[in-house]
Structure formats: structure tokens, C-alpha cells
Design a protein around this ligand. Structure first.
Ligand code: CP
Ligand code: NVA
Length: 330
């Protein structure tokens, strides 16, 4: 498998074999890290990390992974560059690829990261856009494989806003790798029909399936993975909170959902999560709408079934695999 020179913008562009290769490489790199084996196959190279939205996991994963591979990093924060304000994306790409061997971009429309990649001669990695979050998918699939021992045939249910980056990307990766994906949400939050049709055709090839359902009890029955994400994503206006709470409250992951799922089901979340009142936004929403917890109850988040912190750790190992493979280290 040779992925050298490839961009990593959405898993729509990758075959099931390529995705499985990256998951396997991640597992190998994780094993080496745990054993304290230090290899720096990309010593002397440098990567630029552009973040037009905030981040904890993705930024830290890129930085630690780059250092582990022997590379230097430059972090460009949401305010700290000329991008988009004084300099076009095309010009930014043409400048950065004279200095760096790879560029990560987190921001708004997918069209922006596509434009960056078009004008860059070095690999561009999508660290989250409004539409997709492909590096998160590798971490999620690695976590499922570690916990359930397989991917094909796994009954996977995503609850919440299924028409944004997480819902779209999870539907794509599940369809490509043969999981049974269900988006369980209000119908206004179903993924776009064209993407659903595309995913159904991938699922037909992989042996998986794609289902859209508004019925919590039917959709989550015997599920092996219950996944959710925040109800309002980065970059969305505060005004959408009210409609989101009204529409998605019935799709909160709570103990009734977990009890209806398989007894060995795991709970997953890309994080960050509003499961208590220990965040500024969590407190504001509580004061305005009286909610103590949102997309997942604190009870489920803190339960034995929750694998969210192992999932977060896997962001680093999988991002390392993406950089290593596309920069030709392995
Ligand atoms: N899951 C995820 O992308 O987290 P950050 O926003 O902290 O990077
Ligand atoms: N849907 C969320 C994912 C965060 C990792 C957002 O875009 O804010």
C-alpha cells in the first residue's frame, strides 16, 4: 500500500483497503509507542497546522505525532495568520508548501481545504471542516476494533445532528467498512440524500447497511455502538441552540438507550461533550434552558461502557499513521 503524496481530505477519496491499512498502521504505531520504541523516520521535516477553529485533541495529536516522527511543527491559531483575511487560500498554500512537507487544516467549508490541497504540492490533511472529520474516523474505527474485535457487521447507531461533519463522516466510514450504520434523529437532521445514496452503494459492496430512523427504541435495539456529538457545532450561531435542543432532546444518549442496546454495547463521542455543568457553555445553556446535561447524560458518559478517553488517545496514533503514510515514512 503506497499512500505517499496523497491528501487526506475525506474518506470518500479512500478505498476500504486503504482505510483498513491506515487503521492497521495506527495499531502498529500505538504498539511501538506503548513499548517505548522511538523511531524518527521523518526527522528534519516540518508540518504546518492551520486552525481556524479551536481544538484540544486534534491539535495535540498532530503536534505529539509529528514530534514522535521526528518532525517540527508550526501552529497557526484562528487569529495568528493572514489566511483568508489578507491572503487567499491559494497563495497561502503556495507559500506554505515551500517550507513544509505537510499542511493540516481545520476550518469551515470543505471547499477551503480542497482549495488548499489544489494549490499545495505537499499533502494536506483535513483536521475538521463543517462537512467532514476524517482523522476522527480512523480513531473511532481503531477503538471499535480494539473493543469489539471486529468492524464488519457491527451495529452502529449515531444519535443527534447527523447532517454535519460527524454524522456524514461516520456514515461514510461505516458504509465503506461494512458496519450497519443507523442515523437515529429527527428527520430534519438526517444526512443529505445524495450522500445517503452514495453511502448505500458503498454499503452494498461492503456488506454493511445505511438506515435512517426517527424511532429511538427501534433504532438502538441491540446496537453495539452508540455514538453522539454536540448538538451545536463550532462556527454555528448561538441562536440555533433552542431549535436544536427541542429537536434533539429525544435523541439524548441516556441509560434507557444503553439498556435497550446490546449488553456489551460501548458508548462513543468525539468530544468535547456537554455531559455536566463544568463548562462555560454548559452553564449558559443550563441558565437559559434548564438542562443539566445535553447530548449524553453524565451517568452514561462516566459509565463502564463509555470508551471516550481511549477514543481520544487513538486520535494521536491514527493521525501519526496518516502523516507517516502520506509522507512516505512506511
Ligand atoms: N474530537 C475533536 O476533534 O476534538 P478537538 O476539537 O478538541 O480537536
Ligand atoms: N461537530 C463538532 C465536532 C467536534 C469535534 C463540531 O464541528 O464542533
Amino acid at each position: 500500500m503506497n499512500l505517499k503524496g496523497r491528501d487526506f481530505l475525506t474518506l470518500k477519496d479512500f478505498t476500504p483497503e486503504e482505510i483498513l491499512y491506515l487503521i492497521e498502521l495506527s495499531a502498529q504505531l500505538k504498539d511501538k509507542k506503548k513499548k517505548g520504541i522511538v523511531e524518527q523516520p521523518l526527522l528534519g521535516k516540518n508540518v504546518a497546522l492551520i486552525f481556524e477553529k479551536t481544538s484540544t485533541r486534534t491539535r495535540c495529536s498532530f503536534e505529539v505525532a509529528a514530534h514522535d516522527l521526528g518532525m517540527g511543527v508550526t501552529y497557526l491559531d484562528p487569529q495568528g495568520s493572514q489566511i483568508g483575511k489578507k491572503e487567499s487560500i491559494a497563495d497561502t498554500a503556495r507559500v506554505l508548501c515551500t517550507m513544509y512537507e505537510g499542511i493540516e487544516y481545520r476550518g469551515f467549508e470543505q471547499a477551503i481545504v480542497e482549495e488548499l490541497a489544489k494549490h499545495s504540492t505537499v499533502p494536506v490533511w483535513n483536521g475538521l471542516t463543517n462537512e467532514y472529520h476524517p482523522t476522527q474516523m480512523l480513531a473511532d474505527m481503531l477503538t471499535i476494533k480494539e473493543k469489539l474485535g471486529r468492524l464488519k457487521g457491527v451495529k452502529f447507531v449515531y444519535m443527534g445532528d447527523a447532517r454535519y461533519n460527524m454524522g456524514n463522516s461516520l456514515m461514510i466510514v461505516c458504509a465503506k467498512l461494512g458496519l450497519h450504520f443507523t442515523a437515529c434523529t429527527a428527520k430534519e437532521y438526517f444526512p443529505a440524500p445524495e450522500l445517503v445514496a452514495q453511502c448505500k452503494s458503498w454499503a452494498a459492496e461492503s456488506g454493511g447497511s445505511v438506515t435512517l430512523s426517527e424511532d429511538v427504541s427501534e433504532a438502538t435495539k441491540d446496537a453495539e455502538v452508540i455514538y453522539t456529538d454536540v448538538w451545536v457545532s463550532m462556527g454555528e450561531p448561538d441562536e440555533v441552540w433552542e431549535e436544536r435542543i427541542n429537536a434533539l432532546k429525544p435523541y439524548q444518549v441516556n441509560s434507557a438507550v444503553m439498556e435497550n442496546a446490546s449488553k456489551d454495547a460501548i458508548f462513543m463521542h468525539c468530544l468535547p461533550s456537554f455531559h455536566d455543568l463544568k463548562t462555560k457553555i454548559g452553564k449558559e445553556i443550563h441558565d437559559k434552558f434548564g438542562l443539566d446535561e445535553m447530548e449524553v447524560t453524565d451517568e452514561v458518559f462516566e459509565s463502564e461502557q463509555s470508551v471516550v478517553f481511549e477514543e481520544a488517545e487513538n486520535r494521536m496514533h491514527t493521525i501519526k499513521a496518516v502523516m507517516a503514510a502520506t509522507l512516505g515514512a512506511y
